[in-house]
Design a binder for this molecule. Structure first.
Ligand SMILES: [Zn+2]
Length: 383
């Protein structure tokens, strides 16, 4: 059985000013202790006990600070700006009363039980799992984000072992954010035109702010764009995972690492934010897809990119691609992105581990086998 650990974000609801202030004080005190500990040499830090530290914080929390400052990350730190309070798994408890979930842990004013919000229906099964004990809760951190307080709780859960027989290909692009398809049957398209449109709007606003020298607003604007794109990638990846679950299949994607350098793009389209590959967030989608698939027991397989969109997914012959259309010499027509996705789903068999950054020499050439024929792609050729 494989286990997966991830962090969930739980928002405290109906947090009155008094409690918010207390959380603030706790964080301050926590940071103060941590910085005091950092001034000591590591040997003395290891010998530290909670009895030796004068603090209003409960010893369970102080203990966590000591452990933090002696951990590998803590040892490298010189000074903390803010160190959030961490509560380990033995010191908090989740309770349910009616439809309200609350979390209780030691604070400055003794053990307190504070209600938390079930922000989305996705969290409901997780919280129920924690109550039943099917999901193990680790430690949580008390974090303030945009003036709201959250508990960042790390959870560990078992992942079902799934035996897959099929594979889905997933071609990422800009006209279509992603196209997923099995070898045969219907594929799924995630269109990218609205993303392109909004990217251009973001770019325009960015330029205006730049000219007006409003740098703080510019920074905010960039963050906004990133959050918006993140949300889209979450949605797309979730839907791809659902599609993969339906087919009970692993997902194969192209390895696009370093594609910014090797993919040719004209100056004109690069300066257009909608078209530019420089702010194409393919990697973020890949990461999200990876962990979401892992939670379902499925795998994400990476394949080197060359020739995925150049060969025909029906007969394997190299054909011609013209924007959205793909035509093969044998008279097969495909949508070019769908064709690439189908190719990925059935593509296997390299002459050697083809790595696009390391030139690999078998008989002096990089070679791979595609439907019985050997091909030697140019380095950095992506089709
Ligand atoms: Zn063909």
């Amino acid at each position: 059985m494989t286990k997966i650990t991830r962090t969930i974000k739980l928002k405290f609801v109906e947090l009155n000013r008094c409690k918010a202030l207390m959380f603030e004080q706790m964080t301050e005190e926590n940071t103060r202790i941590a910085n005091k500990l950092l001034s000591l040499p590591i040997k003395e830090r290891r010998k530290m006990t909670t009895a030796k530290i004068m603090s209003e914080l409960k010893s369970a929390l102080v203990n966590q600070v000591i452990r933090h400052t002696t951990s590998p990350t803590g040892r490298k730190t010189k000074r903390y700006k803010v160190l959030p309070v961490e509560v380990n798994n033995q010191n908090w408890k989740l309770t349910q009363k009616g439809s309200t979930y609350s979390i209780s842990f030691p604070t400055l004013k003794g053990e307190k039980r504070i209600p938390i919000e079930v922000a989305s229906p996705h969290w409901q099964p997780v919280l129920d799992g924690l109550l039943e004990g099917t999901i193990q809760g680790g430690s949580f951190k008390l974090i303030k984000h945009r003036n709201k307080w959250y508990a960042y709780l790390s959870i560990t859960e078992d992942v079902p072992e799934v035996k897959t027989e099929k594979r889905l290909g997933c071609d990422r692009g800009q006209n279509n954010l992603a196209v997923v398809a099995p070898k045969e049957g219907f594929g799924k398209f995630f269109k990218g035109h609205s993303v392109k449109h909004r990217r251009r709007y973001f770019q325009q606003r960015r330029q205006q702010l730049q000219e007006a020298k409003k740098f703080r607003a510019l920074k905010k604007w960039n963050k906004k764009e990133r959050r918006w794109m993140d949300a889209i990638n979450h949605t797309v990846s979730r839907r791809i995972v659902r599609f993969a679950e339906y087919h009970n299949a692993d997902v194969v994607i192209e390895d696009l690492e370093g594609c910014r350098k090797t993919m040719k793009q004209s100056q004109k389209s690069r300066s257009d934010s909608g078209e530019s590959r420089h702010n194409w967030s393919y990697y973020s989608l890949e990461q999200k897809l990876n962990y979401k698939l892992a939670l379902k027991g499925l795998k994400l397989i990476k394949r080197p990119a060359p020739y995925t969109s150049k060969s025909c997914s029906t007969c394997g012959v190299i054909g011609k691609r013209n924007r959205h259309d793909f035509n093969c010499p044998n008279g097969h027509y495909h949508n070019s992105d769908l064709n690439a996705a189908r190719n990925l789903s059935q593509w296997d068999g390299f002459s050697c581990d083809l790595n696009l950054h390391q030139r690999c020499f078998c008989n002096g050439f990089i070679r791979f086998k595609l439907w019985g024929a050997w091909h030697t792609p140019e380095l950095g050729e992506y089709g």
